[in-house]
Design a protein around this ligand. Structure first.
Ligand SMILES: NC(=O)c1ccc[n+]([C@@H]2O[C@H](COP(=O)([O-])OP(=O)(O)OC[C@H]3O[C@@H](n4cnc5c(N)ncnc54)[C@H](O)[C@@H]3O)[C@@H](O)[C@H]2O)c1
Length: 364
């Protein structure tokens, strides 16, 4: 497809040109060998499904222990997608070398992927997100892979600019100030990727900063309240009140897992993504209360309780989307209303998705 260059040097499709579908663009991945670390998790499994639709040859390297075993198999189901699943740790150099040795592309999505858990266990966070990442980067650098996509997080923005009152937009080139162990490990991974890859002869890299990923089959992790669509939906389903700190005014940029999977697959092949860091978000702030109000009509006993705003709780932010539109040529397809509706329907049809530990918890 021919392209035009606008005043900022950004490439866009010519006006009136039919938009190329994600599936058509991913045809470039037919028969390509793609390794996905963390490919048995929420995002990884949806990405793997998409890569398989594109006829890529996929290998997953995953410890398979982020969730109860039944969730990895029954909910995410990566074993049923016709891919090679290697159960192993990214800190195990031999295992990483074996899977990456003949890869064309690598997506590094494995991580101790929970802010609260990383705060409780910084040692595990360091091992998985720093040491493990170092192994993946070194083995990729030594391989013939064409590109690695590093999965990072909007957490690297921290609370943004303290001078701004209210929700704020996060731009890729603004000052980064991680305020959690998790975010710091992700920022380290971003810098290390830039330092070890992208040389003249070695594999290229692209970095994606995911905002708040949601969508079926996401389930909460114990001790973590950060996945608000899953969390509030499950509370409502269990007949418990949906709890809104400070009235639920905090915002998130909720991006559906299927859109995130598409963005990640496209980052492997989109030429202008080489050496770039790009937000993966919708550009739309959604408050916690709004999410609750989208969930409530589906559960007749729904109710809210308002609890005090924890001190220092940031109001949150949302993604600047110009880079993802222009460099990645991606925009999300599923808006929050449709995405929450899909999640609630899935949860209603899949009652066993509610984790046992959550069902057993006393109501707040
Ligand atoms: N879910 C979100 O809202 C969100 C937001 C920003 C960034 N991210 C990032 O996206 C990526 C995927 O997140 P997710 O939500 O799918 O989380 P997830 O926990 O569902 O998936 C992560 C997978 O990595 C695996 N893993 C963890 N440590 C490992 C290790 N040492 N060796 C091998 N495998 C290991 C886990 O078993 C799990 O299957 C992570 O890098 C995460 O930090 C997620």
């Amino acid at each position: 497809m021919s392209q035009t260059v606008n005043g900022n040097g950004a490439v866009s499709a010519p006006r009136n040109a039919p938009e190329e579908t994600v599936a058509a663009r991913l045809e470039k991945l037919r028969d390509a060998r793609v390794v996905v670390t963390g490919g048995a998790g929420l995002v990884g499994s949806r990405l793997v499904a998409l890569l398989r639709q594109a006829d890529a040859e996929v290998t997953v390297l995953d410890r398979l222990d982020a969730y109860p075993e039944s969730a990895h198999t029954a909910l995410f189901g990566v074993e049923n997608l016709g891919v090679r699943v290697v159960v192993g740790d990214i800190c195990d150099r031999e295992a990483v070398r074996r899977v990456i040795a003949d890869a064309d592309f690598v997506v590094h999505a494995a991580a101790y992927a929970d802010v609260a858990a990383c705060t409780r266990r910084p040692d595990i966070a360091f091992r998985a997100n720093v040491q493990g990442t170092q192994v993946v980067l070194e083995e990729t650098a030594a391989s013939k892979a064409r590109r690695l996509v590093l999965v990072s997080s909007a957490a690297v923005y921290g609370d943004g600019d303290p001078a701004i009152r209210g929700p704020q937009v996060f731009h890729e080139d603004q000052r980064l100030l991680p305020v959690s162990v998790y975010a710091n490990s992700k920022l380290w991974a971003e810098h290390q990727t830039r330092l070890l890859l992208g040389g003249p002869d070695g594999p290229e890299y692209a970095v994606l900063r995911y905002f708040s990923v949601y969508g079926d089959p996401q389930i909460p992790k114990p001790g973590s309240h950060s996945w608000m669509v899953a969390w509030l939906s499950m509370q409502a389903r269990l007949g418990r009140p949906m709890r809104l700190n400070g009235g639920g005014v905090q915002v998130r940029d909720l991006v559906h897992v299927e859109d995130v999977a598409a963005a990640t697959a496209l980052a492997l092949i989109e030429e202008r993504m080489a050496g770039q860091t790009v937000n993966v978000g919708t550009g739309v702030p959604t408050s916690v209360r709004e999410v609750g109000e989208l969930i409530a009509p589906h559960f007749p006993r729904s109710r809210f309780i308002t609890t005090p705003m924890p001190e220092g709780d940031p109001l949150g932010g949302y993604a600047a989307t110009d880079h993802s539109r222009e460099l990645l040529r991606w925009k999300p397809r599923i808006d929050v209303r449709a995405g929450v509706e899909r999640y609630v329907r899935w949860l209603t049809a899949t009652p066993h998705a509610v984790p046992g530990w959550l069902a057993a918890e006393p109501a707040a």
